[in-house]
Write a protein that binds this ligand. Structure first.
Ligand code: FMN
Length: 161
């Protein structure tokens, strides 16, 4: 049976996810991109993963730095999600326009998020056009009780919880 990329994309569009900004610091330069492939992998040991496209500008920066933060966006942060998802943009200016503090890894923690996780990369799994960056969690905290930003059917959705 033949399954195309369009078939898979069509099904994944109707699977709702949260939205994060995965960010890093590399030689003092902060960059990040919008990511919904964030997974909590293991509690013992503490491991998370993100799947990053090899064609993304941030890819080599995350790989080189060996650290990333995961910023869990609230429903009030659609503009931040759009800013960090613009494919025409190298994201150089994004952190000049986004309020953040630096975490224990030096990675940016975006203010107004629901929560943040920071990790050090302990493993990389090459999967076609993406790489899974598996991180050992070094910090995790809740920042607000706002509702999460949800991505569904190619758009942002409100959830009533
Ligand atoms: C809701 C949403 C989720 C996304 N999830 C991912 C993801 O998990 N991995 C990824 O590599 N790109 C993902 N993207 C695409 C990147 O955010 C986008 O290609 C971005 O422009 C890459 O930035 P960069 O080239 O500056 O690194 C997502 C985009 C959106 C809107």
């Amino acid at each position: 049976m033949n399954v195309s990329a369009d078939d898979l994309r069509a099904v994944m569009r109707v699977f709702p996810t949260g939205v994060t900004i995965v960010a890093t610091i590399n030689n003092g330069v902060r960059r990040g991109l919008t990511v919904n492939s964030f997974v909590s992998l293991s509690l013992d040991p503490l491991r998370v993963l993100v799947s990053i496209s090899k064609s993304s500008h941030c890819y080599p920066l995350i790989q080189e730095s060996g650290v990333y933060s995961v910023n869990l966006l609230s429903e009030k942060q659609r503009d931040i999600s759009s800013r960090f998802a613009d494919p025409k943009d190298d994201k150089f200016h994004c952190f000049f326009e986004t309020e953040y503090i630096s975490g224990v890894t030096g990675c940016p923690l975006i203010q107004g998020c629901i929560g943040h996780i920071e990790s050090r990369i302990v493993d990389e799994v090459d999967v076609g056009d993406h790489t899974l960056f598996i991180g050992s969690v070094v910090a995790a905290h809740i920042q607000s009780k706002d509702k999460p930003l949800v991505y569904f059917d190619g758009d942002y959705a409100a959830i009533d919880i």
